[in-house]
Structure formats: structure tokens, C-alpha cells
Design a protein. Structure first.
Length: 318
């Protein structure tokens, strides 16, 4: 057995008799995802009581049968762990909720290979990551844009990753954003139901595209400001740039948005004077069911100082 590997015993439940082996094992060992178990089976790491490896994930399970499942030591993620300060709102053995500052990229990619949230989490969670998919890494189940601030959750275990991903897929996560938009929406609250996809004319942008991904945003105006408004957006879906594109589509783009903006002249000078150089968007609330202990969790985050200053100034002028 490889150094650092772990063996767990898993017994197939009687009600799982006749199911696919990978599914039956996943039901009996909720800390392991079905995809992880499928990979373990095909690699010969699932052995029955006779010592025979079961390499076919689709074979029929037998109720009551006992298996030894070998979990190889997690392979280190290729990204470097970096000591980057994080504002941790909540953390346990399975997940971590952080309040991300504007300017911090979530995941390494071309142009941002380090200095990201993933690099920071690899350092912060060193020795605590259980090997999601066989790799020691944080499970990024959703993202917010580099220049958007606010609440994010990341998984530290396979079970948390699977459970959180299922909640995001079911659109049962409570995600609410605060945004400062141009103009004052009329009506003051409503629902935007418009499909989103990559823009056919500019692949770096998201656009309203017929046949795109289903996307719904519920908005309400919190306060009217000088030529602008503070709004709350509750996401029923979580598409890339959803709030930014949806609000721009009804004529109320986010102040400071460099891609979907159209910031009015009266606001440009103010943004420049305040040094505000991002979209005025903050992930203010995040609520979900803990994927392991089933507790209901909800977190709120105040607007960061730069967005609060923008709000206060527009309010005083209004």
C-alpha cells in the first residue's frame, strides 16, 4: 500500500442490492463522491472480502457485501500555496466561507497563475484538505468576478463538495448581491428572466442569447441615489456575469462596470475622484444547508469601504 494511503471498510446496504456498484458504495459511504468511487473501482482500489478487485463500476451490487476501499494519498495540486490574508467568516472540517476582497482572482488561469484565492486556500487549509477527486485542493463550487467583493464558500472534503454542488445545481442557495446601478429602476422591483451565453460577437463577454442558459434575477430597489440606486439582487440561478448583464439589459448598468457599463458623465468624474475602478457589486448574503450535518447556515457581509463611500457620496448628493 502506498505511503499515506487509507483503507476504509464499506458494506453494501440491503436496499442497494442490484444497484450499480459505484452508486451502492456512494450510498454507503457519503464522504466519497460517486465519481471518486468510480475512479477507485476502475483503478483496482476496491477489493471484496475474497481479496478480488472489482474493476467494473456498473456491476451489480450485492446487499450485505463488504469491501475494502483504498484511498491513495492525495496528489498535491500543481498550484503553489501562498500566504495571502483571508477574511474567514466560517470554517469547519468540511467547508470554509470567506469574504473575498475586490481584486482577488478566484482560480488560477492564464494571466493569473498565482496570487489567487485557490493559492490562499491551499496555504490556509494545509493538511486539512481530504483529497477532492484524489487531489489535495479546495473544492471551488462557485465563483465571483475578480472585481466583485463578498461571500464565497469552498469545500474541504469530497462530501462537502458533492453536497454543495448539488445545492448550486438545484438553485437552492440563497445568494443576494448589493449593487449600485445607474438610474432608478421602474418598477422598483421585478424579475429579469433572460437566457445568457457567450456573446457571438465578443467571446469575452456574456450576452442575452436565445437558447442560452436559463437565468433569473430578482431585484428590488433599496434606496434612490443621485442619478443612481442601491439595489438588492437575489439570484435564482448563478450564471457568469448574471447581475451585470441582466441589470444592463434593462437600462440600469452597474456603476463602474468596465464591460457592461455606460456610466453617465455625471458619475464618471465622481468615480475618478473616489478612485473607484470596479463594478459596484458585492455578494452580501450567502445561505445554504450544511452538506454534512444538515444545519441551515446563513452569512451576511457589509459593503466594503470603497463601495460604502460611493454609496454615502451619492446619497448625500441626492
Amino acid at each position: 500500500m502506498d505511503r499515506g494511503a487509507e483503507i476504509i471498510q464499506v458494506r453494501i446496504a440491503g436496499v442497494a442490492d442490484g444497484l450499480r456498484l459505484d452508486r451502492a458504495l456512494a450510498d454507503a459511504a457519503p464522504s466519497l463522491s460517486r465519481e471518486r468511487l468510480k475512479a477507485l473501482i476502475t483503478s483496482g482500489n476496491v477489493v471484496d472480502e475474497r481479496g478480488e478487485a472489482s474493476r467494473d463500476p456498473s456491476r451489480k451490487a450485492i446487499g450485505g457485501q463488504l469491501f475494502n476501499v483504498t484511498l491513495p494519498a492525495p496528489i498535491p495540486l500543481g498550484n503553489e500555496a501562498q500566504d495571502i490574508a483571508l477574511h474567514v467568516v466560517f470554517e469547519d472540517d468540511h467547508l470554509i466561507v470567506i469574504d473575498k476582497p475586490a481584486g482577488l482572482v478566484v482560480h488560477p488561469a492564464a494571466g493569473n497563475l498565482d496570487g489567487t484565492l485557490v493559492n490562499a486556500l491551499l496555504h490556509h487549509c494545509a493538511g486539512q484538505l481530504s483529497g477532492i477527486g484524489g487531489v489535495a485542493r479546495p473544492g471551488i463550487v462557485h465563483r465571483i468576478d475578480k472585481d466583485t467583493s463578498g461571500l464565497m464558500v469552498a469545500a474541504k472534503s469530497d462530501a462537502a463538495h458533492t453536497g454543495l454542488a448539488a445545492q448550486f445545481a438545484a438553485h437552492s442557495i440563497d445568494r443576494r448581491y448589493k449593487a449600485i446601478v445607474t438610474g432608478r429602476p421602474q418598477p422598483s422591483e421585478g424579475t429579469i428572466d433572460k437566457p445568457l451565453a457567450r456573446s457571438p460577437s465578443n467571446r469575452k463577454k456574456i450576452a442575452i442569447v436565445q437558447g442560452g442558459k436559463h437565468a433569473i434575477t430578482h431585484y428590488r430597489m433599496i434606496r434612490a441615489l443621485k442619478g443612481a440606486a442601491l439595489i438588492e439582487c437575489r439570484l435564482e440561478t448563478g450564471r457568469t456575469h448574471q447581475v451585470r448583464v441582466h441589470m444592463a439589459s434593462i437600462g440600469h448598468a452597474l456603476l463602474g462596470d468596465p464591460v457592461y457599463g455606460g456610466t453617465k458623465q455625471q458619475h464618471r468624474a465622481l468615480l475618478e475622484a473616489l478612485g473607484f475602478r470596479r463594478q459596484a457589486l458585492h455578494a452580501a448574503r450567502l445561505g445554504f444547508i450544511h452538506p454534512v450535518n444538515s444545519n441551515a447556515l446563513s452569512f451576511d457581509s457589509e459593503m466594503p469601504s470603497d463601495m460604502q463611500e460611493l454609496y454615502d457620496t451619492l446619497y448625500s448628493l441626492g
